[in-house]
Design a protein. Structure first.
Ligand code: PMP
Length: 288
């Protein structure tokens, strides 16, 4: 069924949802976005996603055409118009149409797009068996370049790393920062477990501050598990007991092999499974 897309203030048919070839989102990846889940008809962690969107926009000096309340209403209308009960929302703000020059201030009106659709997830069995991944040679953006905390439309850095993963017949790759510490995966945050303690790289290591990451840290602490934000090396990943990734689409997924080294006993570990269950309960429960 054709979708209804929110484009610049109204819902339009998918076939009519078109943007200018002069939009700097297209010409330069100039813009920001969010990926948000809908669980049981409720938009998941909308406040946190909107906060991150407006913060990303602020860093790149992009004016979002709507305030928060208007945006919440537009998102809800789009979800309803498409009958999405369990699905995924893609919220995109581009710089808008300008000229062929880089100057963003020539683009008079930023462009706001909301797509609400079903979601293509990793196969369920991958959560049971765990995922194999590799280290990417592509270094995560330097913090003095476009900061990794900004969820910008320019994902080329991550895409190049993703190609490295796919060339190795695995779905994900770990990206390291310019100092060699673990930053994140191409579209997910990184966690390991060693001797019962959970470790994750600090955001300053070059990660997007994942909404799922923050929830998982909170849920783990509620379970009286110790969570430490600390720089991690490639070696830390090779010798950990458990390894998992978190993200809006992936939720919590166990890693069982990295660069040919088996993690733990080669299956998702007990803490990974527990946090996956806790996350599921949280996403589908009444606490949101
Ligand atoms: N890192 C990157 C680079 C991402 O694109 C994402 C989102 N897919 C994440 C981490 C996870 O963030 P979130 O939990 O907010 O989806």
């Amino acid at each position: 069924m054709a979708l209804k897309i929110w484009l610049d203030g109204k819902l339009v048919d998918e076939a009519d949802a078109k943007v200018s070839v002069f939009d700097h989102g297209l010409l330069y990846g100039d813009g920001v976005f969010e990926g948000i889940r809908v669980y049981d008809g409720r938009v998941f962690e909308l406040e946190a996603h909107l906060r991150r969107l407006y913060q990303s926009a602020k860093v790149i000096r992009l004016e979002v055409a709507m305030d928060k309340d208007q945006l919440v209403s537009a998102i809800k209308q789009t979800v309803e118009a498409n009958g999405i009960v369990n699905g995924y929302i893609r919220l995109v703000v581009t710089r808008g149409a300008g000229t062929l020059g880089l100057n963003p201030f020539i683009c008079k009106n930023s462009c706001l797009i909301i797509i609400a659709d079903k979601i293509q997830l990793y196969p369920e069995e991958l959560y049971e068996t765990g995922m194999r991944i590799v280290s990417a040679t592509t270094v995560r953006n330097h913090p003095l370049a476009i900061p990794p905390q900004v969820k910008s439309l320019n994902y080329l850095n991550n895409i190049i790393a993703k190609i490295e993963a796919l060339d190795n017949n695995v779905p994900e790759a770990i990206m390291y920062n310019h100092e060699g510490y673990v930053a994140e995966a191409t579209g997910d945050n990184v966690f390991i477990v060693r001797d019962g303690v959970i470790y994750t790289p600090p955001v300053e290591a070059g990660a997007l501050e994942g909404i799922t990451r923050n929830i998982v840290i909170r849920l783990a602490r509620e379970q009286n598990l110790e969570v430490v934000e600390k720089n991690l090396t490639r070696c830390d990943l090779y010798i950990c007991d458990e390894f998992f990734l978190t993200g809006t689409a992936a939720e919590v997924i166990g890693i069982v092999e990295i660069d040919g080294r088996t993690v733990g006993d080669g299956r998702p570990g007990p803490i990974t499974k527990r946090l996956r269950e806790k996350f599921f309960e949280y996403a589908h429960g009444d606490r949101r």
